[in-house]
Design a protein around this ligand. Structure first.
Ligand code: SF4
Length: 337
């Protein structure tokens, strides 16, 4: 196997930054000696070897890599992470610690990370962010994410939104998880003054009459906004199969709704591509503790007054805010815009 890396030289002679970053990454991963040759695509010289190869393979980005296989076929790669994963190593894609928070870069990384396992994704995120990444734990089957984070060997934070309305079983379960993994779990409560004003005016069950948005706003969204403001990244247990509102959840994104400590906030959903069945297989196979409510017909678990058990023919989100339309069943924690 012969590997050619094509780098771009900009008008004026400087190498493009992305090409240099790719080279740094290959060096960092010990894969640089596996690159057999480097050729240049001169932006202002269509006859340069790199420009010629780009035209030949229909590629309009740099860097790119051409892998000549033993069978004579040539395969082109426009992603260094994919090249590393498929040709040079099976390890997670990057050890760089300077992930920049540019939306386009995050989108590219999301594409590369989407072919990794959830364990590899959370490991990758924690390698980059460590304790600057908060894992949102709801007391439900997203405990699988905590198990994966614990196995990664990296530092991380865990927080729970304590709405004050969770089941007693969920509170006990959160404590069981704390002890099981030897973790500190931060319980984030609503701001007292707005909560007091809301309850005084509307009582404890107004959501059955005029929807859950206002109560979730006070008990979940504001506390989440506060805790995310202390982090640079956060991880959730969201999966695409959970509801119509989550059908296009990416593995990695810039959070479209919340800001972090330095402004932009990275959000990762390592379980995005998993089904409920895969999550439960992981929990069983790895002896992960789970909320006892799951054995009593509760699938998606939230606050006590807004969660009920379902039967096997129902979709899991039918047990949440059952008096509302399926397309309205988000509490504002995962707004798209
Ligand atoms: S899930 Fe129900 S009780 Fe919990 S914050 Fe939302 S509306 Fe309030």
């Amino acid at each position: 196997m012969q590997i050619t890396m094509v780098k771009k030289r900009l008008e004026g002679g400087a190498a493009c930054g992305k090409c240099d970053q790719a080279e740094d990454l290959l060096k960092e991963r010990g894969a640089w000696p596996r690159i057999d040759r480097v050729v240049w695509a001169h932006e202002d010289d269509p006859s340069s070897e790199g420009m010629r190869l780009a035209g030949e393979h229909g590629i309009d980005t740099a860097p790119f890599f051409l892998v000549e296989q033993e069978d004579g076929a040539t395969v082109a790669y426009t992603s260094v992470l994919k090249l590393l994963r498929e040709r040079l190593t099976a390890a997670p894609p990057s050890l760089r610690r300077d992930v920049d928070l540019d939306a386009k870069r995050i989108e590219e990384l999301a594409m590369d990370l989407s072919s990794l396992t959830p364990q590899e994704v959370i490991t990758w995120v924690l390698e980059h962010f460590g304790k600057d990444c908060g894992i949102a734990f709801s007391g439900a089957e997203d405990v699988a994410l905590i198990d994966m984070a614990a196995r990664s060997g990296h530092d991380f934070n865990v927080f729970c939104l304590d709405t004050g309305r969770l089941h007693a079983e969920t509170y006990r379960f959160i404590d069981e998880v704390r002890k099981h993994y030897g973790l500190e779990i931060e319980m984030i409560s609503p701001e007292p003054a707005p909560l007091r004003a809301f309850v005084r005016k509307k009582g404890l069950f107004s959501f059955y009459e005029d929807g859950h948005k206002e109560c979730c706003g006070v008990r979940k969204v504001e506390p989440l906004k506060r805790v995310l403001g202390e982090h640079r990244a956060w991880a959730t247990g969201q999966r695409r199969d959970q509801s119509p509102t989550r059908a296009d959840v990416p593995v990695l994104q810039l959070d479209p709704a919340f800001s972090g400590r330095d402004g932009a906030l990275v959000k990762t959903n390592p379980l995005a591509e998993w089904s409920s069945e895969q999550t439960w297989r992981y929990i069983r196979d790895n002896g992960v503790p789970f909320n006892p409510l799951h054995t009593r017909g509760f699938v998606s678990i939230g606050c006590e007054p807004c969660t009920r058990p379902i039967n096997p023919s129902q979709h899991e989100r039918e047990g949440r805010w059952w008096w509302e339309e399926a397309t309205q069943k988000e509490c504002g924690l995962h707004a798209k815009h």
